[in-house]
Design a protein around this ligand. Structure first.
Ligand SMILES: [Zn+2]
Length: 231
């Protein structure tokens, strides 16, 4: 079997998504890119997690052609490949319909940074895309979802917010690897829940003050980061 290591990492990341209770039935999918060979490994379409095996992971090139696998790749494959083509810095992508993050998507709202838990991982709000236009939906829905995400990050580094809310739909997250993108999906759901509760308790609350946002984000990220154990 070719691409065994890629398939293993993608399989384990998909199973982690189910273990963390972020998916119901067949919702959700995780992929990872192999830049050297120009391919991704991704979950097959419509296969329940309890039936998923390592051999089921589909290998697809960055133009959406199946390279290896007997099953059809996830119906969201074109969104994944679009993001990999546009952003050289990312290695893994996760899509879920996790409850709280999806509620923000259905409300068509960005998630404000209300506290330091959020500021530890995301610099500023978690953006929400525009609602897709009818001509985009008719043209190539899954690829256009990628286009919507890129437009949302026109003036923003995807590393500052490794996650996005797709209006009317659900979140996408990314990272250096499939595992890291799942980690960000777990964090996003927790942050979305906290933000929802915060907004419910105090509807008029504003975002966390800038100095605290800077302190928490920059002590973990960027060139002068000092959080954790140095090597
Ligand atoms: Zn979806």
């Amino acid at each position: 079997m070719y691409y065994r290591e890629l398939k293993r990492e993608v399989y384990e990341a998909n199973m982690e998504l189910e273990k963390r209770k972020l998916v119901t039935y067949t919702f959700g999918n995780v992929s990872q890119v192999d830049r050297q060979h120009g391919v991704i490994g991704i979950k097959p379409s419509g296969v329940p997690y309890e039936d998923l095996t390592l051999e089921d992971i589909v290998i697809v090139d960055l133009n959406n052609q199946v390279v290896e696998g007997r099953l059809n790749p996830s119906s969201d494959t074109k969104t994944h490949t679009y993001l990999y083509r546009q952003w050289d810095s990312i290695g893994g992508v996760t899509h879920t319909h996790s409850t709280y993050a999806t509620a923000w998507a259905q409300a068509q709202l960005a998630i404000p940074c209300y506290g330091t838990t959020h500021a530890d991982y995301v610099y500023g709000e978690i953006p929400c895309t525009a609602v897709m236009r009818d001509d985009q939906i008719a043209r190539d829905y899954e690829e256009e979802t990628g286009v919507q995400i890129l437009e949302c990050f026109a003036n923003r580094d995807p590393k500052e917010s490794p996650m996005v809310i797709v209006a009317g739909h659900a979140p996408f997250t990314w990272g250096d690897s499939a595992a890291k993108s799942v980690y960000h999906a777990v964090l996003l759901e927790e942050m979305a829940k906290m933000a929802y509760l915060t907004k419910t308790l105090a509807p008029n609350v504003g975002p966390l003050k800038q100095a605290l946002t800077d302190k928490h984000y920059l002590r973990k990220h960027g060139k002068d980061a000092y959080y954790g154990q140095s090597n």
